[in-house]
Write a protein that binds this ligand. Structure first.
Ligand code: HEC
Length: 151
């Protein structure tokens, strides 16, 4: 079974020593690995934040999202892979066929990001980011950026 930290990093490459010291070893290794992973994530999320479109600063997106890992909302790379793929089922098992009918992923996501909502990726909600569509151009830039990540 691959060992995962709460950040979703696969640590199966780390060798655990003999079976009788298994429990102690695993907790020590996990603690060290979490510290390493956290340090890495702090460093990498800062670097990635500077690569986001400038307009992201007008919104609170990065308090809930990062490109490469889940925060409150899903990793934007995972979102991108989903909408660039066959869009069969979201991670919560929902089909978006009905909801997105007649709309491109871009149009559908601009509405979702503007109005907020929950249920496609988990139970947490996204707040309405632009309920009256006043900043629609900004939302569009971000949605295009997200969709472009996995292209
Ligand atoms: C309060 C936290 C929060 C903020 C702020 C936030 N999001 Fe989200 N976002 C979420 C959550 C939670 C989800 C998952 C919703 C779901 O499961 O349907 C999500 C989902 C998404 C999705 C995928 C939607 C889907 O249904 O597939 C996109 C794209 C997205 N966010 C972009 C953005 C952008 C762009 C911003 C800034 C303008 C933003 N988010 C701000 C929490 C947030």
């Amino acid at each position: 079974m691959p060992l995962r930290t709460r950040f979703g990093y696969n640590l199966s490459g780390i060798k655990l020593s003999s079976a009788n010291s298994y429990n102690r070893t695993i907790s020590m290794k996990s603690i060290i690995a979490s510290i390493v992973a956290t340090t890495f994530l702090i460093a990498s999320s800062n670097a990635l934040a500077t690569n986001m479109p400038e307009v992201v600063k007008k919104f609170q997106c990065t308090s809930c999202h990062a490109i490469d890992h889940k925060v409150v909302g899903p990793a934007w790379m995972d979102v991108s892979k989903f909408y660039n793929g066959k869009m069969e089922k979201t991670p919560t098992g929902k089909t978006l066929k009905g909801a997105t009918e007649g709309k491109t992923p871009e149009e559908w996501l601009v509405t979702k990001v503007s109005k907020g909502g929950a249920g496609n990726w988990g139970t947490q909600s996204m707040v309405p980011n632009d309920p009256s569509f006043e900043k629609k151009e900004g939302v569009k830039v971000l949605v295009r950026f997200i969709l472009g990540l996995a292209k």
